[in-house]
Design a protein around this ligand. Structure first.
Ligand code: ZN
Length: 96
């Protein structure tokens, strides 16, 4: 079974507005996530979307060569998703 705990954690981070965009370029977004400690998450889009977090969980798993996603990364992805929804709702542009 998929562990849903990171979804719960991610939702909590978003609800408490702990996710902030601090830098944004054409193919990279840097987030600050104020969890118990402050973590920085980078989401990049080149050919595929990739991400990195500086928390211990992520770094440990990444060192083991595993695919890993922590609650911080997930929160940032959902944050981006919500931004896109908002932009659409705010209208602007005639794109579908
Ligand atoms: Zn993390």
């Amino acid at each position: 079974m998929i562990k849903t705990i990171i979804f719960k954690k991610a939702r909590k981070l978003l609800e408490e507005q702990k996710v902030k965009v601090i830098q944004q370029t054409e193919n990279k977004v840097l987030f600050q996530v104020d969890s118990n400690e402050t973590h920085y998450v980078v989401i990049k889009q080149n050919h595929a979307v990739s991400y990195e977090c500086d928390c211990e969980f992520y770094l440990r798993k990444a060192r083991e060569g595993r695919n890993v996603m922590c609650s911080h990364v997930l929160a940032c992805l959902i944050f981006m998703f919500n931004q896109i929804k908002k932009e659409k709702k705010d209208g602007g542009g005639g794109q579908c």
